[in-house]
Design a protein around this ligand. Structure first.
Ligand code: NAI
Length: 261
């Protein structure tokens, strides 16, 4: 029997990178999967490739009706919800003194409020149907490690780590576990701009005891563990998966981008 046989999973940010790989791995492990993303064409295509055990829904996690519709899609297509990977996110870089307010708010909105809205509607469904569940949120190495230029992102991701604890505290009585993942630098479209800066990827790797950046596969395998009953005693945790980079410091981005001095 595969680890997620008979389970129904929702994955936000399922059109690309970490979410896409996690949706594929959840499906390989026996789950029916709903991929949600503001890139509606992207998730439709990804779901088609996975096969009949997958469905897609377009939507923006910062819109409450859309977040509710993502959960409803799981019920409509597969009858229930057991697992959710609240993973959609965006980046943003600027020195604090130049940070545009709307840009700052958008990062908080997608990375933190979007996770809250998804947890809210997932919890409603899980409590109503009974039998518990597993919610997994994507935080970041930057939930614990300050990085120049990432004031909004670091604050949002630290918020996700704390939101994960509060949700775990509140929802444990319903047998719902809530954990978060803190990836380091992962090879996805989100980090293409960073990785294109000469020397930056090397600087990151030099600070990490395991000398490589991550692949979506690394993170998706941890998501699978947290989704499955193998982690049934774990809740409220943020697990960092970054080659050990959190032990050291993040590369000085102002130096690399020539700003903020
Ligand atoms: P990605 O850019 O490849 O994928 C993110 C997906 O989220 C995209 O398909 C995008 O359309 C979707 N999305 C963005 N905003 C959305 C919204 N408002 N509503 C619905 N969907 C939305 O990025 P990646 O790297 O796979 O990122 C996934 C998560 O991992 C994010 O939360 C990111 O902050 C986090 N993360 C990534 C790291 C990395 O190095 N790639 C490191 C640490 C955390």
């Amino acid at each position: 029997m595969a680890a997620l046989d008979g389970k129904v999973a929702l994955v936000t940010g399922g059109a690309s990178g970490i979410g896409l790989r996690a949706a594929q791995i959840f499906a390989e492990a026996g789950a029916s999967v709903v991929l949600a993303d503001r890139n509606a064409d992207g998730v439709a295509e990804a779901a088609r490739e996975i096969g009949p055990g997958a469905a897609a829904v377009g939507g923006d996690v910062t819109n409450e009706d859309d977040a509710a519709a993502m959960v409803n899609a799981c019920v409509q297509h597969f009858g229930r919800l057991d697992i959710a990977f609240n993973n959609a996110g965006i980046g943003g870089f600027a020195p604090i003194q130049d940070y545009d307010l709307d840009a700052f708010r958008r990062v908080l909105d997608v990375c933190l409020t979007g996770v809250f809205l998804c947890i809210k509607h997932e919890a409603k469904q899980l409590i109503a149907q009974g039998g518990g569940g597993s919610l997994i949120n994507t935080a970041s190495l930057n939930a614990m490690q300050a990085t120049e230029g990432l004031s909004a992102y670091c604050s949002a991701k630290a918020g996700v780590a704390m939101l994960t604890k509060v949700a775990a505290l509140e929802l444990g009585r319903h047998d719902i576990r809530v954990n978060a993942i803190g990836p380091g630098l992962i090879s996805t479209p989100l980090t293409q701009g960073l990785r294109d800066v000469p020397g930056l990827e090397e600087a990151f790797v030099n600070e990490a005891p395991i000398g490589r950046i991550g692949e979506p596969e690394d993170i998706a395998q941890l998501a699978l563990y947290l989704a499955s009953d193998a982690s049934s005693l774990m809740t409220g945790q943020t697990l960092f998966i970054d080659g050990g980079a959190n032990i050291n410091r993040y590369p000085p981005l102002f130096e690399f981008f020539g700003v903020g001095q």
